[in-house]
Design a protein around this ligand. Structure first.
Ligand code: ADP
Length: 398
């Protein structure tokens, strides 16, 4: 190591074991009008194992639970999402950007098939163009208000999926396999890729796991015995669902009626995703560079720490977009922040954060990252420090 470590990976290019983010972040910013809280990538080793189906069903289930859901169809050469939702119209644009199409139940969807003159036209682009199109779906599409976005990733672990991993800030990936797939290799590759990109793996979904005979109710393992539990435990992963081969499911996809389908496995899968999402929090520390700021409203920047299972998995800084009373709680809520840490804060801002269910911790000082770590260890307890209006003239967010 060339210099003494100041724990700030964003300003350092060393490849050390403690590194918390790629040396140079290739993460692209979403459209300035987009508000996206959580993003999950659905990956598979090859096409045809049911990746698009799982992506669609997850969006349907979360939408039914009242979350604004969206699908970014990054499987550019095999875009099957619009068909499953029965979408035939073409996406439009306004002067600001491209607009997703809303499904019958209100899921926002963008896919290359919604842009082509003829949905059956093949897309014969090479890797860089495919990756460029996916990036544009992230940067040029206005995703107005999304709680859960699901990305149908291009199959495999080659350059296009890698670009998605690098350019879109994923909260997690879900690996879809089928029993005839080379499951062990597929899972290993996906896990390695996720680790490199610092993206947690939420778990595994085994599709086409068995066929349940409608006459005798017996489960037939068409593709042989499942190895999914063994492989999951080798990688310390959870099996989120085992989906049977279901002719009703295939029919719903073919007829564009995926939003009408439901089953027990889907509810259980959605429960597990919701639980995993709840364990993922975003902490914003009102800061002056790397240090906790004394006063919230006029801080220089917010150091954001993404946490999964009580561990910081990603950190970055966003500048304070400016202090207009009432604006910052709204802004940080839109960034998906769950906890705000500061030296002090005005009572008006505290109230606004509380209304949005965002926890406020005041009385912090020192390094932002240390403060976030102390919060996670239960050692940072809010002192309830409220700025008095007359002392700071609105500078603390009231
Ligand atoms: P991928 O996205 O991995 O290429 P798809 O999700 O498009 O795969 O699935 C391929 C085809 O298999 C689709 O026609 C879909 O309806 C069908 N299919 C997938 N999973 C099942 C299942 N569990 N039961 C019945 N048909 C399925």
């Amino acid at each position: 190591m060339s210099e003494i470590c100041d724990q700030n990976c964003s300003s350092c290019s060393e490849e050390c074991g403690e590194r918390r983010e790629p040396p140079t972040s290739l993460i692209e910013k979403p459209h300035e009008l987009s508000r996206i809280k959580k993003v999950y990538g659905i990956v598979s080793g090859k096409g045809g194992v049911g990746k698009s189906l799982v992506t669609s069903m997850l969006a349907v289930a979360m939408n039914r639970r009242g979350f604004n859901s969206a699908i970014l169809d990054a499987d550019i050469t095999g875009p099957s999402i619009p068909k499953a939702f029965g979408l035939n119209s073409r996406a439009t644009a306004n002067t600001m950007g491209l607009l997703p199409i809303k499904s019958q139940t209100g899921i926002d969807i963008m896919s290359v098939n919604l842009l082509l003159e003829n949905a059956t036209d093949p897309v014969v682009w090479r890797g860089p163009m495919l990756a460029g199109a996916v990036k544009q779906f992230w940067t040029d599409v206005i995703w107005y208000d999304v709680d859960f976005m699901f990305i149908d990733m291009p199959p495999g672990t080659a350059d296009v999926p890698l670009t998605v991993f690098q350019s879109i800030p994923l909260n997690g990936i879900i690996i879809v396999t089928s029993p005839q797939d080379l499951v062990s290799m597929v899972v290993s590759k996906a896990v390695i890729m996720a680790k490199k990109m610092n993206v947690p793996v939420v778990g595994l979904v085994e599709n086409m796991a068995y066929f349940k005979c409608p006459d005798c109710d017996k489960e037939h393992k068409i593709f042989g015995d499942s190895q999914i539990e063994t492989i999951a435990s080798q990688h310390q992963l959870e099996v989120l669902a085992r989906i049977p081969i279901d002719p009703k499911l295939a029919l719903a996809c073919d007829q564009g009626k995926i939003e009408e389908f439901t089953d027990v496995w889907l509810e259980e899968l959605a429960d597990l995703l919701q639980q995993s999402a709840a364990k993922m929090i975003k902490i914003a520390v009102a800061s002056e560079d790397d240090m906790v700021a004394d006063h919230f409203g006029h801080c220089q920047n917010f150091n954001i720490f993404e946490v999964a299972d009580d561990k910081i998995i990603k950190s970055f800084s966003i500048p304070n977009p400016g202090h207009i009373p009432g604006f910052l709680p709204q802004f940080l809520d839109e960034q998906g922040v769950n906890v705000i840490i500061s030296g002090a804060m005005g009572s008006g801002a505290v109230e606004l954060f509380n209304e949005k269910g965002i926890e406020v911790v005041t009385g912090a000082s020192g390094r932002a990252e240390v403060a976030a770590g102390s919060y996670l260890n239960g050692l940072l307890v809010s002192s309830g420090v409220i700025c008095q209006e007359h002392q700071h003239q609105g500078g603390c967010g009231h």
